[in-house]
Design a protein around this ligand. Sequence first.
Ligand SMILES: NC(=O)c1ccc[n+]([C@@H]2O[C@H](COP(=O)([O-])OP(=O)(O)OC[C@H]3O[C@@H](n4cnc5c(N)ncnc54)[C@H](OP(=O)(O)O)[C@@H]3O)[C@@H](O)[C@H]2O)c1
Length: 316
Amino acid sequence: MEPEGPVEPVEPVEPVDGAVEVDTAVQPSPRQGGGAVPHGASRVTLPPMRRLFPYPVSPADLEDREWGLDELAGLYAYPEHSGSGPWLRANMVSSLDGAAHHEGRSQPLSSAADMRIFGTLRGLADAVVVGAETVRQEGYRPARAREAFAARRAALGQGPAPVIAVVSAGLALDFTLPLFTSPLVPTVVLTGAAAPAERVAAARATGTEVVVAGEGREVDAARVPALLAERGLTRLLTEGGPRLLGQFASAGVLDEMCLSLAPMVATGTAPRIMAGPPLAVPARFSLESMLEDAGFLFTRYRRIPDHGECHGSAMI
Ligand SMILES: NC(=O)c1ccc[n+]([C@@H]2O[C@H](COP(=O)([O-])OP(=O)(O)OC[C@H]3O[C@@H](n4cnc5c(N)ncnc54)[C@H](OP(=O)(O)O)[C@@H]3O)[C@@H](O)[C@H]2O)c1
């Protein structure tokens, strides 16, 4: 029986009548809730989307139309200089009232179009950086190679699929899972120097690379992008969760925020998408793009660097 909560986005197949069909039986994603489609082929028709920003938009942008994966990949392309230095983007979904999950899963807040963007962002990344609790809650699996992004990845010298990089202090992770035993590209674990030695050994026994990114038990979030860049992983995507993402933002290393705003209200006590140490002064971001589908807003914001800060080779 398939484990619950697999991780990989669905693979769009033939367009039908201006929409795109997705084979949900191939490998559901975390936001889709792996347990929701347990057996057999089940198809979901993806609704078209509209581009609302940048403005002014062309008349075609305002029409509901299918956005092909290649077009989405172009819209969400990493900055050119990210090939030579780290660029950390986050992708999260939130309800209107700021809930980052519902009953422990992000799937109830997601949609087919959200999954499409989620999959596109993965298809562009060298590495997906994720907190251990999200791995445990969402049942992460290895990323897989997707035909739709193969040529683009090859042209950039990227591997066939992004590396999954798990951040954990205690390493209470199930190292018998496919994420560690049979990934297409080896999984990386980032931890502190004081991580439990037997858990480090258990991780390494699977072929997982364990990267020390902090002096004590904890990882120093500020060091993560540079440590991954040393391994040739510069186009970084973090999928949270809120505790890890909050640390990246607090450390000033979050370059870009791709936020899906779901037209839903959840109330309750779920955290918002970032739960880290507060910044003395809120960091400013500029809106780069916004798509709309069925009331979902898919925003892309880029951090406005502090004066004198370097990004890649460019002084801002
Ligand atoms: N809305 C969305 O888009 C979205 C995205 C992702 C997740 N989620 C939801 O968010 C929830 C999980 O998020 P979360 O904030 O509780 O957890 P998280 O950030 O995913 O993971 C927290 C865990 O990561 C490790 N960690 C974090 N910072 C660390 C550091 N500096 N050093 C070492 N280890 C560190 C620790 O693992 P150890 O305990 O192993 O030491 C910690 O317990 C789930 O319900 C998930 O569904 C929502």
